[in-house]
Design a protein around this ligand. Structure first.
Ligand SMILES: [Zn+2]
Length: 169
């Protein structure tokens, strides 16, 4: 974690966003960006707005920064939701496999809970990892509504950036 009163973020200027393939070859999305690192101050409580300037095109971007304790709480809540989703996923999967594998006596249909468990498996399979990853990377910094020329920018936590270095110019 970064120091309590600050957050490390990267401002990305999206240079190109191309999608190739899709018909014969698998779809690949290539995004290139230039990024600049910033250290933003956190407010003692609540949230405040900071202005960051893109080093690439000098557009000014507004970011909302939350206080350290709210950031920690929200990050923890997201991780917990992710873990709960994982628990629900395995429970629902076990139930669906159990009920779906039964040989039913004639005239008897599957219990109502069966389709619900199938939906739960699908939903938690997607939501669980999403929440968990968001919780791990959450820094309490989010970009505010970005009309032109702020479009084509992203604000990312620096911690996540380090794990997958894709910065190209
Ligand atoms: Zn820019």
């Amino acid at each position: 974690m970064s120091a309590a009163g600050t957050a490390e973020v990267a401002v990305r200027h999206i240079l190109s966003d191309k999608v190739t393939g899709g018909i014969l070859r698998p779809k690949t999305r290539t995004i290139t960006w230039a990024s600049a690192h910033y250290t933003v101050e956190r407010p003692p409580s609540g949230k405040h707005t900071v202005e960051l300037t893109c080093t690439e095109c000098s557009a000014s971007l507004l970011a909302e920064v939350r206080d350290p304790s709210t950031t920690r709480t929200l990050a923890a809540v997201m991780r917990v939701i992710g873990i709960v989703c994982a628990v629900v996923f395995f429970a629902a999967l076990a139930y669906a496999v159990h009920e779906g594998g039964k040989t039913l006596p004639e005239g008897q249909s599957l219990p109502v809970l069966f389709p619900i468990s199938v939906v739960a498996v699908v939903v938690t399979f997607v939501a669980g990892p999403t929440f968990y990853v968001h919780g791990r990377n959450y820094t309490g910094v989010s970009m505010l509504d970005a009309p032109k020329p702020r479009r084509g920018h992203q604000i990312r936590p620096v911690r996540a950036e380090r794990s997958r270095v894709r910065t190209r110019r």
